[in-house]
Design a protein around this ligand. Structure first.
Ligand SMILES: Cc1cc2nc3c(=O)[nH]c(=O)nc-3n(C[C@H](O)[C@H](O)[C@H](O)COP(=O)(O)OP(=O)(O)OC[C@H]3O[C@@H](n4cnc5c(N)ncnc54)[C@H](O)[C@@H]3O)c2cc1C
Length: 361
């Protein structure tokens, strides 16, 4: 039996490592050619760290910076609370490279710089950029937010309001180092939030999730950032003179989406299975858990396991996604953001259940 995995992010690599270790002939196809950055906050929750450790990756040894507290900032209001367990900050460039290396060392065949153009789920074939076709017994779809022709998410099922992700790196600085040690900081504003954390080389990852409407109002990411800097004094202070010249972007993030069903032998993992609001900081953990879970189901029960596995992943992700959506809406809208901040100032301990309940456990 053989498996083809499309996409070499956390979901695809976790599946590749598990399948190759289980003795299945595994081919992972990733379109980027080498180490690359992703639009991602780089926050690794305790559940992501546990999955990484189960796969054999020690995030601390890769230089991940410890995070023990959450700081929420809305204009001049601030709330700080302890996270239920230790988390970490690590760039996706570093994390994805380590996962791909491990997949290769585990025996998976990794093909980089190859884009899959389309898939035929009934025949379980994929067509790659040179026009050739690859057949497999099981197909693991792990393309993240990107749609693959033949397996694209149905437009009608996607959320009407889509978000845009933006990211830039701020160089190491003593002021950011002291402000962000041990902390993930989220600056809330109308239509989205900006997250800041330290990563392995001392630089800070600045990642924004913003509604398409808010970005359209600003006209361009750089204008949006300038608007936010004048609206949010603390974000302005954090960025200081290091105004990013360019931001990487990903559009059309369908928060709250969960795959309803699948075809025999086709497993939708990571963001192709469920997209949790990024504010919850759990997308990487879901991707790792989904990749490992789908691979274990395939190893145990063959391609026929796909439908049951997909249904159980959908059920597992229901509560975390629903709560993350509620928190996202609460934080994005001015009418609910004030009361939410006031409640958390009175009872910062509420961060703990919120953080625990946005995890699949
Ligand atoms: C703004 C923002 C901030 C976020 N911050 C966090 C955070 O701090 N912590 C957290 O846990 N989660 C965060 N997330 C969510 C997290 O980034 C995703 O949930 C996670 O990356 C999903 O992993 P994945 O493996 O499914 O997909 P991805 O990580 O997107 O990987 C998909 C891979 O597939 C490849 N690919 C795509 N199409 C093709 C193709 N046709 N052929 C070949 N290869 C292909 C891509 O190059 C990529 O390497 C954030 C998301 C957003 C939008």
């Amino acid at each position: 039996m053989n498996a083809v995995i499309v996409g070499g992010g956390p979901a695809g690599t976790a599946a590749a490592i598990t399948l190759a270790r289980g003795g299945m002939a595994t081919r992972l196809i990733e379109r980027t050619t080498g180490a690359h950055d992703m639009v991602c906050g780089g926050f690794l929750g305790w559940d992501a760290l546990a999955s990484l450790s189960r796969l054999g990756i020690d995030a601390a040894a890769l230089g991940a910076r410890p995070i023990t507290r959450l700081r929420l900032v809305a204009g001049r209001q601030q709330v700080e609370a302890a996270l239920p367990h230790a988390a970490a900050g690590l760039s996706r460039r570093c994390l994805d490279a380590a996962l791909l290396d491990l997949a290769s060392a585990s025996g998976a065949q990794i093909e980089r710089g190859v884009a899959v153009r389309s898939a035929d789920p009934e025949r379980r074939t994929v067509r790659i950029q040179d026009g050739s076709q690859i057949a497999c017994d099981a197909l693991i779809l792990a393309t993240g937010k990107h749609e693959l022709r033949g397996l694209a998410r149905p437009l009608a099922l996607r959320r009407a309001t889509l978000s845009v992700g933006l990211r830039a790196v701020l160089p190491p600085s003593p002021t950011r180092a002291s402000a962000l040690t041990d902390v993930i900081e989220l600056h809330l504003f109308d239509g989205g939030y900006a997250g800041l954390l330290l990563q392995e080389d001392g630089s800070a990852n600045l990642c924004l999730s913003v509604s398409q409407e808010r970005l359209a109002e600003a006209g361009a990411p750089a204008v949006l950032l300038a608007d936010l800097a004048s609206e949010l004094p603390m974000l302005d202070e954090r960025i200081g003179a290091d105004i990013p010249r360019a931001l990487s972007a990903i559009a059309g993030v369908p928060y709250g989406w969960r795959a309803r069903s699948t075809t025999r032998g086709v497993f939708r993992v990571g963001d192709q299975g469920a997209v949790i609001a990024s504010l919850a900081g759990d997308g990487i953990a879901l991707a790792l858990a989904g990749g490992i879970g789908a691979a274990e189901a395939l190893l145990a029960n063959g391609p026929g396991a796909a439908a049951n596995w997909q249904t159980s992943f959908r059920a597992q992700t229901r509560r975390p996604l629903a709560l993350a959506e509620a928190l996202r809406h609460g934080a994005e809208h001015p009418a609910s953001r004030g009361p939410l901040m006031a409640l958390l100032r009175l009872a910062p301990g509420l961060v703990r259940p919120a953080a625990l309940l946005t995890r699949i456990g």
